[in-house]
Design a binder for this molecule. Structure first.
Ligand SMILES: [Zn+2]
Length: 430
């Protein structure tokens, strides 16, 4: 045989085997599982609790139902047994993410290189330290418009910093509040808070909508409501959801801050079990993070008219109530605003979001911040679930940040403008 051909064949042989070796390496995966019978539901519930897996959707095994998709994060070491068990019981599943571990690595890449002025800063995820640093530089760069407010501290004593964007000192000025990152693993949420601040400071006076909003409202922004949990997702467990408070009665750590508010606290849809992902805490506002937000809103309830809590994933724009199936008193208004916002996203970005009252759109979820803010008197109150619908889930890659944030920005602006309009009409008609 021609020595050149021999050489080519040899290289091909080596490459093929290298490739094989690479493919057989096991990865962390995300499975989409659809149980069809009650028996299969019970098996999937068991899989999600017996094996070292993390439920992405629904948030607790309790909500697993026939014909509803379950998104389950399966670490490499339990992959074979989990899939084996599903196949043995003829339970339908598909692999949503084949190499979740590689995606996780991608999300933290390039974090330290920091030309903050370049737009790419906002198209990456940032560590807690970097976000604190960004907050400091933002108030230094815009001393007349961005102010720092310390609203409290976390369980592990990290500061809870909010920014106040205020472009003028009109008397009786109203305000909106946005909090991000109440759930630690939803990284797109803090990314949105940063995105919003950049947009506001950069485009005030140029973009008509944001100018109109800031002329009429101050904006309070809490970029990371759960700093202990967020840090923990960077250092130890990317899938962590709750805060990091230690319970007296259990070895399990953390409470679900979005079940810890005083709105039908810990009724159906939350859990008293500290090991549950939807553990409501010892009592309403038992957690310093939710208490800090509640205290701030209580003392600013006369000015704050609009409340947003930013989450992911599933692409939904929700409003009260989540803690009861009852309709909110201004349900029609809220529905109209959400519909308009969602239609704008569809028109500009060709992406679909569901909208509606929380309990009727997903499931009962008592103790949430939006319901609590609503009952306090903030009549325009929303929980926003950003991209995506499960293709990447909590591991939305950095290249998707820009579109996800622009979609949310469009909706937030649309709703804020409507609120300004409604409240101005109400004032002028007095
Ligand atoms: Zn969330």
């Amino acid at each position: 045989m021609d020595p050149d051909i021999m050489k080519t064949l040899w290289i091909l042989f080596v490459l093929l085997n290298l490739d094989k070796g690479y493919c057989t390496k096991t990865h962390d995966q995300v499975l989409s599982i659809t149980p069809k019978t009650q028996e299969q539901v019970d098996i999937v519930k068991n899989v999600s609790t017996q094996f070292e897996t993390v439920l992405w959707q629904p948030v607790s095994p309790h909500f697993i139902k026939e014909e509803n998709q379950v998104h389950l994060f399966v670490p490499a070491n339990s992959s074979t047994s989990v899939k084996g068990l599903l196949e043995k019981n003829t339970i339908t599943y598909e692999v949503l993410l084949t190499k979740a571990d590689e995606l996780m690595a991608m999300q933290t890449r390039d974090n330290s290189t920091d030309p903050r002025s370049s737009s790419s800063f906002y198209e990456r995820y940032h560590s807690l330290e970097d976000i604190y640093d960004w907050i400091n530089r933002t108030i230094q760069d815009s001393p007349n418009t961005a102010n720092l407010i310390l609203i409290g501290s976390s369980y592990e004593k990290r500061p809870l910093y909010a920014l106040k964007l205020s472009l003028n000192n009109r008397p009786n000025k109203k305000a909106m509040w946005i909090d991000c990152g109440i759930h630690a693993r939803e990284w797109i949420a803090p990314a949105f808070c940063l995105w919003f601040v950049r947009h506001a400071l950069l485009h005030y006076g140029k973009n008509q909508d944001i100018t109109n909003i800031l002329d009429n409202m101050d904006v309070y922004i809490l970029p990371v409501m759960n700093p202990d949990g967020y840090l923990y997702t960077w250092t130890t467990d990317r899938m962590w959801r709750k805060n990091r408070s230690i319970s007296n009665s259990s070895i399990c750590v953390g409470a679900d801050l979005n079940r810890n508010f005083d709105a039908n606290w810990c009724t159906v849809g939350a859990s008293h079990d500290p090991c549950s992902e939807i553990y409501c805490g010892e009592f309403p506002e038992s957690e310093p993070e939710s208490q800090a937000v509640a205290d701030f809103l209580r003392s600013h309830k006369d000015s704050v008219q609009l409340y947003f809590s930013i989450h992911s994933y599933s692409q939904m724009l929700l409003f009260p109530y989540s803690c009861t199936l009852d309709e909110a008193e201004n349900h029609k208004d809220l529905l109209e605003m959400a519909k308009e916002a969602v239609e704008k996203i569809q028109r500009y970005y060709r992406n679909n979001y569901k909208y509606g009252a929380g309990a009727r759109t997903i499931y009962l979820a008592p103790g949430g911040s939006d319901d609590w803010a609503y009952n306090l008197g903030i009549k325009y109150s929303f929980t926003f679930e950003l991209q995506d619908r499960g293709q990447y889930g909590f591991l939305l890659p950095p290249f998707r940040i820009s579109k996800a944030c622009n979609e949310a920005l469009t909706a937030v602006k649309s709703i804020a403008l409507r609120v300004i309009e409604k409240t101005q009409v109400a004032r002028s008609s007095v």
